[in-house]
Structures are given as structure tokens and as C-alpha cells.
Write a protein that binds this ligand. Structure first.
Ligand SMILES: [Mg+2]
Length: 437
């Protein structure tokens, strides 16, 4: 991790990495159809001259084709543009692949959109000294999985500046913004180059005499409060001075766990069902650590033939328990199986599955009814993890954790560097069961 001193002598670490996939939808199409590579492609939602180009390829952008243009307009700029209709399931699969790669390095991945994510390395200061090599490795991992796709990565002390870093170099960028170089970067930019500053905000700033990002960074919070009216001004001052105001402010924050299924695993229904349990357990661990419960859970399964099924459940009461999550999902899954008259979705056609949770509530604000025995279970869960922390991972476990260790090990091992401990010179996951069980 890079450290430098700020003016008050406090160390500022560049902990935040922002990943933005370059021309994502068009890139996905070019990935799957090599004949489209290095050509101007316009992704459209339906085939008609009036259709909107929702995503131009990098080659089309060079001709001036922009997101949101009508196909006719785009053709006027670039007659050889190749219109391609969307394939959302494929884009989502690629998204999953990319998120899976990010989870290899860090547990705290916050999905911003299908092609953007923030990775918060704050808890990894001792694990990674410098994030630039990690960023290069992530690019290499993505290229290994999908060789045509590139991303721009920004590394900075906060989410806003990391995101700004991704804007500075496209495609395939890697930009570090540090206390040492921030002024040099800002000096080359105009106000509207800052994410979130467009027409109206630009006018507000100019009205108080701020004409560029450098001035904006070095002005007082009080003056910015005048421009933006209240606390928003403080946020802007903070963003440009290494404060973090954007990391978890996203109301749509999601935690997710997903897995690609091996050939061996898909042959056994029990193995697939225990994979579901292990994904739930994984999310439970993270909720316990962050002292939150979730209000919504969604689940998807993808099959080898690229078809898939997903579902979303609004939970009647916020949930933290992994088995409770699983039961909610199984209810939905069984309902679907009955409706379609299929034996099980956990068939030998499963390629990957994943769970995402949302709608977090802090455990400190949760109210329980006096007669609710959940409070006991919730406490018990915390105690259990505390015991695991203190006495080692095999000291306590739930019965259900026993039934397929192979799957359990894989799913939990995935991306959970935070849970890793070094024991006898070996790196192990402290919540994981030992091989011999
Ligand atoms: Mg993008």
C-alpha cells in the first residue's frame, strides 16, 4: 500500500481501486464473435434504423459515435458500423467472471454497475504493500479469461479519486492519484472532467469564482458550501482532499458470492446444494463482520447452454443467518420447480450460481420483539465466530457445514484474503474446516 503524509501529518494510504471495463457491452460482443473485433460495432436493443446505439465499440467511438445516438445518426458518422443486438445474459456472465477475479484479491468489492466496481483494500494494508502490481495482475486475469476485454483502473486514497483515475486513461488505463501527484493531475482537467460535475454544478462553481478543479481543491469548505448549498459542499471538499464520502453511500450496495461449478461438482445434486449453503455461509460471515443484516436476497443459476434462472426475495425481517437465507431461496426454487414440473434446478447442467444480498440494516438499529427467540440465535452466531477467532476454526461448526467439505473449502477460499491467517508458516482460512474432517 502506498503511504504518504498529508498536511496534518496523517498517513494517507491509497487503499481504493476502481475498475471500469472499457466499452463493455460492445467488448463482450467482440469477445464472443471474433469477426467483430477491431471493427466499429454499435450495440442496439432492437433491430431498426431508429434504434439507439446503447454501446459503441472503441472503434466506433473513434468515429464520434456516442452512447444514445440513433443508429441512423451513427451511420452518418461511420457508414461501416455493424449493429448488433444485446445479449444481457452474456454480459452478466462476463460481469460475474470479472467480479470473481476481483474477489480473488479482496473481500470488499462493491459493485457499482455491470461494468464498474470499487475494491476497498483498507483491511489489506499488511497483505499488499502496493496496489499497482495487483491492478496489473487483475488486468492479466481478465485478459486470460476474456482476451479481448480491457479495463481502466484507478488507484487512490478514496473512491472519488480512484474513479477519476479510470477516466484519465482509456482504454486499458492504470492511473494512481496520490497526495504527491494530485495537483499535477487536476491542473490538466476542467471542472466538467470531474465525475458528478456537469452543467449546473459547473455554473454554481463559476459563480463563486472557481474555474478549475485545482482551485476547487484548494478552496475552503465554507466557500464550497455556498456553491452547493450545505453539506454537499463539504463532501466536495472532502473528495478532492482524500476524504471518503462515496464508498458505502451507494444505497444499492450489494454483497455477493458466486461460483463456477466444476464438472465433478455438477454431477452431484448434493454437491450443488451444499455449494448453495456455502455461498450463504460466506455472506453470513461478511454480514457478521460488518454488523449488518440484509433485507433482500437474490439468486441466479446459469446452465451450460447459456440459459439461466434467477429470483429475488424481499425478506419479511432482516436476516443474517446463512441457513435462513438458504431456506428463503429454497422456498422460491421449489416453487419454481413445481410450476415448471422439473425435478430439480440443481442438475448436471449447472455452470455457475451466485447469491447477492442488499438492503442492509445495521444490527445496532434492529428491534426485536420480546418473544422473538431470534435474538438468541443472532447472539449465538456472533459468539460462534468469536470462538472460531479465538480457538481456531474447528472448535465450533454447524452440522450443515459438514456435508460437503470439498465444496465448502472452495467457496469460502474464494477471494477471502481477509479471513486468511498464517499458522505454522502456512496461509489458511480461519473459518475453514481442516482437510481431515
Ligand atoms: Mg465502462
Amino acid at each position: 500500500m502506498l503511504y504518504s503524509q498529508n498536511t496534518t501529518g496523517v498517513n494517507i494510504g491509497s487503499n481504493v481501486m476502481y475498475i471500469d471495463m472499457n466499452s463493455f457491452f460492445a467488448g463482450c460482443e467482440q469477445q464472443r464473435h471474433p469477426e467483430l473485433r477491431h471493427k466499429p460495432v454499435g450495440v442496439i436493443t432492437y433491430d431498426s434504423p431508429n434504434a439507439c446505439v446503447i454501446a459503441p465499440s472503441m472503434e466506433a467511438k473513434k468515429f464520434g459515435v456516442k452512447t444514445g445516438m440513433r443508429l441512423g445518426e451513427a451511420r452518418a458518422l461511420c457508414p461501416q458500423i455493424i449493429p448488433v443486438t444485446t445479449h444481457p445474459l452474456w454480459y452478466r456472465q462476463v460481469h460475474i467472471d470479472v467480479m470473481e477475479i476481483l474477489h480473488r484479491y479482496c473481500d470488499d468489492v462493491i459493485v457499482r454497475s455491470i461494468d464498474e466496481a470499487v475494491v476497498n483494500f483498507a483491511s489489506y494494508r499488511l497483505v499488499y504493500k502496493d496496489l499497482a502490481p495487483i491492478a496489473k495482475q487483475i488486468k492479466a486475469d481478465i485478459a486470460q479469461k476474456h482476451d479481448y476485454l480491457t479495463c481502466s483502473i484507478g488507484i487512490a486514497p478514496n473512491t472519488f479519486l480512484a474513479k477519476l483515475g479510470t477516466e484519465l486513461q482509456k482504454p486499458n488505463g492504470l492511473v494512481l492519484i496520490t497526495p504527491e501527484n494530485i495537483d499535477a493531475h487536476l491542473a490538466t482537467l476542467s471542472l466538467t472532467d470531474l465525475p458528478g460535475i456537469a452543467g449546473r454544478n459547473e455554473r454554481r462553481l463559476k459563480m463563486i469564482g472557481i474555474n478549475n478543479p485545482l482551485q476547487m481543491r484548494h478552496t475552503s469548505p465554507a466557500l464550497l458550501r455556498k456553491a452547493f448549498g450545505g453539506i454537499t459542499g463539504n463532501y466536495w471538499h472532502s473528495r478532492l482532499n482524500f476524504g471518503e464520502v462515496d464508498l458505502y453511500s451507494n444505497a444499492n450496495r450489494t454483497m455477493s458470492a458466486m461460483r463456477t461449478v466444476s464438472r465433478q461438482q455438477r454431477e452431484s445434486r448434493q454437491s450443488l446444494e451444499s455449494l448453495l449453503v456455502s455461498l450463504c455461509t460466506r455472506l453470513e460471515q461478511r454480514m457478521v463482520k460488518q454488523c449488518v443484516f440484509c433485507g433482500e436476497v437474490s439468486f441466479f443459476v446459469r446452465f451450460i447452454n447459456h440459459s439461466g434462472w434467477d429470483t429475488k426475495v424481499r425478506l419479511a425481517q432482516p436476516v443474517q443467518d446463512g441457513l435462513e437465507l438458504r431456506n428463503y431461496l429454497l422456498d422460491k426454487i421449489h416453487e419454481f420447480e413445481r410450476e415448471r414440473n422439473i425435478d430439480t434446478i440443481f442438475s448436471n447442467k449447472v455452470q455457475s450460481m451466485g447469491i447477492a444480498i442488499q438492503g442492509f440494516v445495521s444490527d445496532s438499529v434492529l428491534q426485536y420483539s420480546l418473544f422473538d427467540n431470534r435474538i438468541m440465535f443472532d447472539k449465538l452466531r456472533k459468539v460462534m465466530y468469536n470462538i472460531k477467532d479465538k480457538y481456531g476454526k474447528n472448535s465450533v461448526r454447524k452440522a450443515v457445514e459438514l456435508f460437503d467439505l470439498h465444496v465448502m473449502k472452495d467457496a469460502i477460499g474464494f477471494g477471502s484474503v481477509k479471513d486468511m491467517v498464517v499458522e505454522d508458516g502456512e496461509v489458511r482460512n480461519k473459518y475453514l474446516l481442516e482437510e481431515e474432517y
